[in-house]
Ligand binder design. Structure first.
Ligand SMILES: Cc1cc2nc3c(=O)[nH]c(=O)nc-3n(C[C@H](O)[C@H](O)[C@H](O)COP(=O)(O)OP(=O)(O)OC[C@H]3O[C@@H](n4cnc5c(N)ncnc54)[C@H](O)[C@@H]3O)c2cc1C
Length: 591
């Protein structure tokens, strides 16, 4: 039973491995991965740059049953993560299943059912694509072509003036996927468009590279939060050892497991945790805009976990904050955020200038910024900014030109069952097309692959409850694939019968695993303790590596981030449960 998988990034690899592991007499899955590049690894391999590292932790980002050693740093470089993926391919014998230098150019429906996948190939990355087109007929196809492959470039009037004014530079305007090395930025006046993680990373690299000017343009602001909580000092006390990765903080019980549908639907947990976090970081750092973020704040109606992808690349913040930080020094004796010494005076007093997006460039190459009441606009409005380099860190768009239009193939936007398939078209799976506000795509792809397999086998709970995991975006938003990581993961787990019950867990595995499950984040390994994807290695991974994420919070951390929210949310859930039961008794529907 052939399954063609398009793309050998993390999503494609894990989908192939899940299919192989869950093949049986009724569903003898026989996956094959077609990848246009000359290596596996996808965006982590091809759209990365010098000094790039993951913002999601190794504990959350690694797949459920192939883990990274405890001794490894919490956040890998992209290079190390690709190395990890190679290990995954070897360990699960996927090499024979991958055809590199093979580009899918067309997918149509076969008259007798299934799909006809047409592809071209080449000998190496430097050779031409052959004109000969080959085909595979397969009953199932998994589209794993990623969210970050085709660059999205906004049109800015007058950008050609920047090119004309900088003829001495080989390429004065380019997209961030072409940014590779610090040396590209050295000695230049650099403008970066976009304040996502890549944009702020490049701003930092420019500051370190000795760029003469760095202007970082933000369209609507951003929400900055460090990927690891280890740079705070409270009453002179700074904890030793690596801090806790941000994505390992949110506890399971009553946050993602055992949540009443009404509580989940109201998103009350997101708003309450936002409320608490804002006040906490105000005490710790003096600002509520983000963690130690003094400029570039989002509008109040979008400022919070429920609305945006957090920017977890904190490195550029000391440079961005410099002209704006205005907290009286005396408060620093209570608590403060400590910038790394190498990025603080006297080592450097360089500034990364935050600015609004340019509306256009004048014929002399000068940027004109969108007027507003923002403090960065007020500071920058009269500045003569004439960049020598403009880098679009504006993200990516998704194109599915290879899916034949006449055959009525859906796109991921139309995949209305858990963002994985379109109802009625279950033989086409979209894996890796959601992005978490805080979290990681690879483990999500692993859960999606389980969900897709269960769906094909007819083993998903029915009816499927309506989704409650999407980030809250406006109808007009360009990006609508944002989800809350833990809510999405636990929803899929419930759908496929992999979410463990507390009693069941305790009976089978004892107290240690039970406590880990309640206090840990929504790690995929938890969903391999019971149900159709049960794995013998899960309990040991949980008792060692995942237990470590809980131990590292310390007593106070577990109290503040575990016991108190759990007790609070449990009571809200109990209340909802009571009301729901009463409602059901009078004939109401609870969903
Ligand atoms: C510097 C950097 C840091 C990042 N940090 C994180 C992080 O910390 N956590 C995180 O979760 N994510 C991070 N990301 C994003 C990360 O790249 C994605 O999570 C990940 O790539 C998703 O994997 P994927 O397999 O879905 O897609 P991709 O990795 O993009 O793979 C898609 C593959 O499909 C192939 N393909 C596309 N079209 C075709 C075709 N027609 N025929 C054949 N093959 C095709 C592409 O060549 C590509 O190899 C980071 C990215 C970068 C660049």
């Amino acid at each position: 039973m052939k399954v063609v998988i398009v793309g050998a990034g993390p999503s494609g690899l894990v989908t192939a491995k899940s299919l192989l592991e869950n093949a049986d007499a009724n569903f003898p899955f026989d996956p094959i991965i077609l990848e246009q590049e000359h290596d596996i690894g996808g965006t982590f391999r091809y759209r990365t740059y010098e000094n790039a590292s993951l913002v999601s932790s190794k504990q959350l980002t690694s797949f459920s049953d192939f883990r990274l050693p405890l001794s490894y740093p919490d956040h890998l470089t992209t290079e190390a993560y690709v190395y990890y993926l190679r290990g995954y391919v070897d360990h699960f014998n996927l090499n024979d299943r991958i055809r590199l230098n093979t580009k899918v150019i067309n997918v149509t429906r076969h008259s007798k059912g299934g799909h006809v996948v047409s592809y071209v190939s080449r000998d190496s990355k430097d050779s031409e694509w052959r004109s000969e087109v080959s085909t595979i007929h397969a009953p199932y196809i998994a589209i794993c072509t990623g969210l970050h492959v085709v660059p999205w470039i906004p049109s800015i009037p007058g950008i050609e003036h920047v090119v004309a004014a900088n003829k001495h530079i080989q390429k004065p305007v380019f997209h961030s996927y072409e940014y590779k090395k610090r040396a590209q930025l050295q000695g230049k006046r650099v403008m970066i468009l976009g304040t996502g993680e890549t944009g702020t990373d490049i701003a930092y690299e420019a500051a370190k590279a000795g760029a003469t000017e760095v202007v970082l343009c933000s369209r609507a602001g951003f929400l900055s939060f460090p990927k690891q909580l280890d740079d705070f000092e409270v009453f002179g006390y700074k904890s030793e050892g690596p801090g806790i990765p941000l994505d390992s903080l949110i506890t399971n019980l009553a946050e993602s497991a055992y949540v009443h549908p009404w509580v989940e639907g109201s998103h009350v947990r997101w708003f309450i945790s936002d409320f608490v976090i804002k006040r906490l970081i105000w005490v710790l750092t003096g600002t509520q805009a983000g963690c130690n973020q003094w400029v570039g704040e989002l509008e109040p109606d979008r400022l919070g976990r429920a609305y945006v992808f957090l920017n977890k690349s904190q490195k550029a913040m000391p440079y961005i904050n410099r002209p704006y930080r205005k907290r009286p020094k005396v408060f620093d004796y209570i608590a403060r955020y400590i910038d790394p010494p190498e990025d603080s005076p006297p080592q450097t007093d360089f500034t990364v200038d935050l600015a609004p997006f340019p509306t256009h460039f004048l014929p002399n190459g000068r940027a004109v910024f969108l007027p507003s009441k923002r403090k960065d606009y007020i500071r920058m409005k009269d500045r003569d900014v004439r960049p020598e380099l403009v880098i679009y860190a504006t993200g990516y768009k998704q194109e599915f030109g290879f899916l034949d239009k006449e055959s009525g193939y859906p796109t991921p936007d139309e995949a209305n069952i858990r963002n994985v398939v379109k109802e009625g078209d279950e033989s086409v799976g979209f894996i890796g097309f959601v992005r978490p506000g805080v979290g990681a795509i690879p483990p999500i792809a692993e859960m999606q692959s389980f969900f897709w397999i269960s769906l094909l086998k007819g083993q998903v709970r029915q009816p499927i409850p309506s989704p409650r995991y999407h980030l809250l975006v406006k109808d007009t938003a360009r990006i609508k694939y944002g989800v809350d990581h833990s809510t999405y993961m636990s929803t899929l787990a419930k759908d496929i019968g992999a979410a463990p019950g507390l009693w069941e867990l305790w009976r089978e595995y004892g107290t240690h695993v039970l406590v880990c499950y309640c206090f840990g984040a929504a790690f995929t390994t938890f969903y391999r303790l019971v149900g159709p994807y049960k794995s013998a290695s899960a309990p040991e991974i949980i008792k060692t590596e995942l237990w470590d994420t809980i131990l590292r919070r310390g007593v106070m951390g577990n109290l503040i981030m575990g016991v108190i929210p759990m007790a609070f949310y449990l009571s809200i859930n109990l209340l909802a449960y009571g009301l729901g039961t009463a409602w059901a008794m009078v004939g109401g529907k609870v969903e």
